[in-house]
Write a protein that binds this ligand. Structure first.
Ligand SMILES: N[C@@H](CCC(=O)N[C@@H](CS)C(=O)NCC(=O)O)C(=O)O
Length: 283
């Protein structure tokens, strides 16, 4: 990170957090964000950031309180959020909501999310549902390292990829949706999910021809990558041959080797049954 970039980032960060801080506290708080550029940022006055009251300072300190993620190891919408949290180095409380045991529609959880779905993210007493809203909230509060480009067109492209997966594919393969398919024959449900995943992947593959580099959007990790890996895993589950989509397949394999993707992976989570964990190791 160069001097100018560090300065811009710090100004943005301080203005968002609007606090009065003695130099030492600033250094401590920005250290994790600006480690490499720390020598350049000790002169707070020179940044022209907003000066606010001590009350605001306390508010901004509690902004750093540990969030809770209600989720389930295999839920792809939860999985996206786990990857982003790992990438940004955010520590959180993992609360498992067992979808197989229908805990998502139990009285307790419906108080958290009346829609009866995971994930739900709780921070400073505020509950946010819907993975896109959660991810945007995380991005706004923990902007570094970024997952959403600032440039409007680049941002639109990244969100386009997220939406193809998040709106065009995932809801159509969600367990509670496919269970509504009126058939004695379970293979009909798999066929249904496979159809929508393949349709979505066909469009996504075309889009990635234009946008991808090492990852979905050039060589920068973005939110689109957080969406891709869990969706590719679900595709395999629904018998899609992911290798028929060479760009998706290549990016997925590359991403799976990266630490945040390994930490967010379904099969290392505490609520993943042991037999699935070991089965996964064999594959
Ligand atoms: N649009 C929602 C989708 C959430 C969603 O579909 N969650 C699934 C797991 S991936 C769920 O909770 N399914 C249980 C159910 O619908 O009963 C988001 O992005 O958070």
């Amino acid at each position: 990170m160069n001097r100018l970039r560090a300065r811009e980032e710090l100004e943005l960060y301080l203005n968002r957090n609007t606090m009065v801080l003695p130099g030492l506290v600033i250094i401590n708080r920005v250290r994790p964000l600006f480690n490499a550029s720390l020598p350049f940022i000790v002169q707070r006055e020179s940044f022209g950031c907003a000066v606010r009251s001590l009350k605001n300072f306390h508010t901004s300190v509690s902004k750093m309180s540990k969030p809770t993620l209600y989720n389930y190891f295999r839920s792809s919408a939860s999985w996206r959020v786990r990857i982003a949290l790992a990438y940004k180095g955010i520590d959180y409380e993992y609360v498992s909501v067992n979808l197989l045991q229908k805990e998502q529609v139990g009285e307790e959880y419906l108080k958290v999310n009346p829609l009866g779905q995971v994930p739900a993210f709780v921070h400073n007493g505020n509950t946010i549902t819907q993975s896109v809203a959660i991810l945007q909230y995380i991005e706004d509060n923990y902007p570094n390292p970024p997952l959403i480009p600032k440039d409007p067109l680049k941002k639109a492209r990244v969100l386009e990829i997220c939406e193809i997966i998040g709106s065009g594919i995932q809801p159509l393969q969600n367990a509670s949706v496919i269970l509504k398919i009126d058939s004695e024959d379970a293979s009909k449900r798999i066929e249904w999910a496979k159809f929508w995943i393949e349709k979505g992947f066909t469009a996504l593959e075309k889009l990635l021809e234009q946008t991808s580099g090492k990852y979905c959007f050039g060589d920068e990790l973005t939110l689109a990558d957080c969406f891709l890996v869990p969706q590719a895993a679900q595709a395999t589950r629904f018998k899609v041959n992911v290798s028929e989509f060479p760009i998706i397949s290549r990016i997925n394999e590359t991403l799976k080797k990266l630490e945040p993707f390994q930490k967010g992976d379904a099969f290392v989570q505490s609520d993943c049954p042991d037999e699935l964990k070991s089965q996964q190791k064999l594959e």
